[in-house]
Design a binder for this molecule. Structure first.
Ligand code: FAD
Length: 353
């Protein structure tokens, strides 16, 4: 496998952690060259941080035309950049932004797409499966050989997380969207790698300078739900509350435990629909997909639509007074009890640590 590109996602002037998680995935694929892409206005200042992650090169498009994200401008810029270097793999975060433009980009450059990847299966295991594919899809010809020669398989949850699909490329390029928190973030290296600075190539993108034809218009800026807690999709620990909390007046119980743990606060749709929490906090099929190290579900029954958003969490703790609750089927640790008793006890214990 030759070249992999990683689009570094920037929010509020900071590179999101998922960007470094995509570096790990790019490394796992055995890409010989890994390039970081920075797009936006004022993002030049971020090249110093990006260069600590061992990129072979950083491509920078710093332009007022991309001060704000738009699917059309990102697609136009990335298409233009792609045409110059033709990387085989393009990694994009499976965030609201990535999900918005990645399929459009894939279509524009004639790429296949694998969405919401949570793991990568190495070459040897994937090749076994690829041989079977080659036997049944001989018309794929040389591109299947490329799969056999250089690439493993991308793993993605399907059927709301009830099963996993193992997806190999039959052809390149391939656009891969990557679920936040599924991969360990690459560690920054002090200074530059092996004593040589990462080259930064500034591209005065034609697509950025010529305002792209926008078929859609933003009529309202992002409405932010300000919180001092970590962003849900990036959080390492999440404490979530459901209908079992009984009302918004009891959510401080969850918030207090979350603050003790430095966690984000999540909610089931029942809690959101009841108006107890902002929609930003909703975890699940129609909310956010999260993969924290620790997910504590309090008073949540574990409906399939909720599990779809959190069952790739590394460790799941469930507190529910109903021993038959579905959430216990996915929980690593289950506490059968009244959350109004259990949560303060847990908090008191965590405060001792
Ligand atoms: P309930 O199912 O009512 O469960 C409450 C739980 O709290 C029960 O298990 C109960 O035993 C427990 N409990 C009560 N009191 C206590 C106590 N004192 N101590 C401990 N435990 C207690 N849901 C989502 O969460 N996210 C989604 O994105 C989502 N998308 C959906 C999309 C579609 C198309 C549909 C049809 C549904 C979707 N839902 C979603 C809704 C989902 O089906 C469930 O209705 C919802 O998840 C239930 O929320 P809950 O677990 O908080 O409430």
């Amino acid at each position: 496998m030759a070249k992999a590109w990683v689009l570094l996602e920037v929010l509020d002037g900071k590179i999101k952690r998922v960007s470094w998680e995509m570096v790990t995935l790019a490394q796992q694929t055995g890409a010989q060259e890994i390039v970081g892409l920075l797009i936006g206005q004022g993002v030049q200042d971020l090249t110093g941080e990006a260069s600590q992650y061992g990129f072979d090169k950083i491509v920078l498009v710093d332009h007022p035309a991309v001060e704000k994200y738009s699917a059309s401008s990102y697609t136009a810029i990335l298409t233009e950049l792609y045409e110059k270097e033709k990387p085989e793999l393009l990694f994009i975060a499976n965030t609201a932004q990535g999900r918005d433009f990645a399929p459009r980009l894939a279509q524009r450059i004639g790429a296949g797409q694998v969405s919401d990847v949570t793991a990568y299966q190495g070459l040897a295991a994937a090749n076994e499966g690829a041989k079977e594919v080659a036997a049944t899809h001989t018309e794929q010809g040389p591109s299947t050989e490329a799969t056999l020669a250089g690439q493993g398989a991308f793993i993605r949850p399907i059927y709301a997380g009830k099963a996993f699909a193992s997806v190999r490329a039959n052809s390149f390029p391939l656009v891969v969207t990557v679920r936040p928190n599924a991969f360990t973030a690459a560690a920054p290296q002090e200074g530059s790698e092996q004593g040589k600075a990462t080259p930064v190539v500034e591209v005065p993108s034609l697509a950025a300078t010529e305002a792209p034809v926008d078929l859609s218009a933003v009529i309202k800026e992002v409405v932010k739900h300000i919180s001092s807690r970590p962003e849900l999709t990036e959080a390492d620990i999440i404490v979530s509350g459901g209908r079992g909390i009984k009302g918004p007046e009891n959510f401080p119980l969850i918030e207090s435990l979350a603050d003790t743990l430095g966690a984000a606060v999540g909610a089931s749709r029942a809690a959101v629909d009841a108006g107890w929490r902002h929609h930003d906090d909703q975890v699940g099929q129609t909310g956010k997909t999260v993969s924290p190290t620790l997910y504590i579900a309090c008073g949540i029954s574990g409906a399939i639509q909720h599990l779809a958003g959190m069952n790739s969490s590394k460790v799941i703790v469930a507190i529910n007074k109903d021993p038959e609750a579905n959430i216990f089927k996915v929980a690593d640790y289950g506490i059968v009890g009244d959350l109004f008793e259990v949560v303060p006890l847990l908090q008191a214990e965590f405060e001792k640590v």
